[in-house]
Design a protein around this ligand. Structure first.
Ligand code: CDT
Length: 302
């Protein structure tokens, strides 16, 4: 057995005017609680430092950029890294990243893995950007990820981390089977991801009543079909008039939920995960080398 105590640190809503310092102190409190309950790794949500700003149409680039991090860690986020180092706990953190690449400014919806020494060891930039890029002022709120972010340019990586092989995804990525399969083929045993999921999609409400079901459906199916743990952590609750889905969970390679948030606020959930369980089905039902028939899969990458 290869045991690892993995925690999710769900966040309740973050108001538009809540300071980064205040949010970071909430993250540190959750990290401390998780450590006190035995966690070795803590998973925070997507865009965990601010309110979910893509709900608003904004034209002033300086205002938009105000939601982005120009450096990581920064003076404001350093206390989280210091706490990780002092406690010996690693974490996954989602944030909006402003990057200058070959002289061009890029905006990414990003997540990092930080090790137990407080060092960044992995980065992922969201590939599947949901929503729209056009102005929809008649809606109570919008979802402008397609306007404010560039498509991630580094693909789905995996990292040796805390004794296991970790992969990262972000929110809408969790609904796409390719996300997990690519990482499983790279050996991922644990996929960690954060999400901000409005329970009401104003322009397409047809599945609103099933948002909690679909959230778990995709992660449980992926855990089972790829023989991996999936840790999905929400920014939850009411946030500036938008209700965000809670239901943060840890899914085992069996597809079962083994830890589940009870509230829609700041909350730690934790599970003792045996990473060797990933090997059960990778040697049997989902032995990729033995059973995949890639000659029939070409359509997927066309
Ligand atoms: N943040 C994020 O990716 N949320 C999406 C909802 C998009 S609704 C247009 C999700 O898949 O949960």
């Amino acid at each position: 057995a290869r045991f690892l105590n993995i925690a999710g640190a769900q966040l309740g809503g973050i108001a538009r005017n809540e300071s980064r310092q205040s949010v970071v102190s909430r993250l540190v409190a959750l990290l401390r609680e998780a450590h006190g309950r035995g966690a070795e790794v803590v998973v925070f949500p997507e865009l965990a430092l601010t309110t979910f700003f893509p709900r608003w149409w904004m034209e002033d680039q300086a205002e938009i950029d105000g939601f982005f991090e120009k450096e990581m860690p920064s003076a404001t986020t350093q206390p989280l890294f210091d706490a990780a180092k002092a406690l010996g706990v690693g974490f996954y953190l989602g944030y909006a990243e402003l990057a200058v690449q070959a002289g061009k400014t890029r905006h990414y919806n990003t997540a990092i893995l930080v090790d137990r020494k407080g060092e960044i060891i992995g980065k992922y930039r969201k590939v599947h950007l949901p929503g729209h890029a056009d102005h929809r002022p008649h809606m109570p709120y919008q979802h402008l990820e397609k306007l404010y972010f560039d498509v991630g340019d580094i693909g789905f990586g995996t990292w040796d981390y805390a004794g296991g092989k970790f992969g990262m995804a972000i929110c809408n990525d969790r609904r796409w089977p390719e996300t997990y399969r690519v990482m499983a083929l790279k050996g991922a045993e644990v996929v960690v991801l954060g999400y901000n999921t409005p329970t009401h999609i104003p322009w397409e409400p047809v599945y609103d009543h099933l948002s909690a079901f679909h959230n778990h459906l995709v992660m449980q199916a992926a855990g089972y079909q790829n023989s991996m743990y999936v840790v999905g952590v929400a920014k939850a609750g009411m946030e500036e008039g938008s209700n965000l889905l809670a239901g943060s969970c840890i899914v085992a390679p069996s597809g079962e939920i083994i830890a589940l948030a009870q509230t829609a606020g700041d909350e730690v959930l934790i599970a003792k995960c045996d990473l060797d369980i990933c090997l059960y089905n990778r040697k049997a039902m989902f032995n990729f080398a033995e059973h995949r028939q890639v000659q029939h899969y070409a359509k997927i990458t066309e």
